[in-house]
Write a protein that binds this ligand. Structure first.
Ligand code: ATP
Length: 208
């Protein structure tokens, strides 16, 4: 049985806040693979500013040389609204022998109870929450109730378990990067250099 991390996001664009925590989670949890899954049409937010092809191209450039990191275009190929439960069901059918680990930051987990069919998500996968070292977990809110019911120190089953992983905090967001680019400011060191080059060559994020 392999452990396959599923790292979903808009990746508009991908940045070091997506990449470094993914690497640390891969190492801590012993993930055999981390599949970067760009959504086609996000359910909880506005349409991405650049095309799916351009977001994929940037992910490719960012992860190409990283062992175990893979681009998975499953949501883009499917089209329509990108529901994680559909993605996990399809991946479970594709990799029936393996265990799926849905990776997310604390900010994303705080809204987990609003995700479409979250109960089924837990039947299909484990969840790994990346949080700031030393920070407590969100236990008192609605998502916290789900966390308390499923929390484990170490993953030991193929699904229904939630584990937390302390990762280096990088206060970077795609929103801040898009905003800097619109103002003509440098985004060097916030993204891999090849992604910065691609953004400039393709003239991305110049207008809001
Ligand atoms: P935007 O600013 O456009 O909302 P974003 O930078 O928050 O985008 P998304 O592409 O929406 O990133 O990716 C969402 C996923 O990536 C979530 O699981 C979120 O927790 C995680 N993530 C995003 N930025 C960081 C960061 N700086 N550190 C850790 N995790 C992050």
């Amino acid at each position: 049985m392999r452990l396959i991390g599923i790292n979903g996001g808009t990746f508009d664009p991908i940045h070091i806040g997506h990449l470094r925590p993914a690497l640390e989670m891969q190492q801590t949890l012993g993930l055999d693979e981390v599949r970067f899954v760009p959504c086609y049409r996000p359910v909880h937010r506005g349409t991405p500013q650049v095309s799916a092809e351009q977001r994929c191209a940037m992910i490719e450039l960012a992860i190409r040389h990283q062992p175990g990191f893979v681009l998975d275009t499953i949501e883009i190929d499917r089209g329509g609204s990108s529901y994680m439960v559909d993605t996990l069901a399809a991946l479970k059918a594709r990799f029936p022998q393996d265990a799926l680990v849905l990776m997310m930051g604390t900010d994303a987990f705080l809204r987990f109870h609003t995700w479409h069919n979250w109960q089924e998500i837990l039947r299909l996968a484990n969840i790994a929450i990346a949080h700031r070292p030393g920070d407590g977990l969100p236990l008192s809110c609605e998502a916290g109730q789900i966390l308390r019911a499923h929390h484990v120190k170490q993953l030991s089953a193929a699904c229904e378990q939630i584990v937390d992983v302390a990762v280096t905090q990088l206060d970077v967001s795609s929103t801040a990067i898009r905003s800097a680019l619109q103002q003509g400011l440098s985004v060097d060191y916030l993204l891999p250099p090849k992604v910065v080059d691609y953004i400039h060559k393709q003239h991305l994020y110049q207008n809001s």
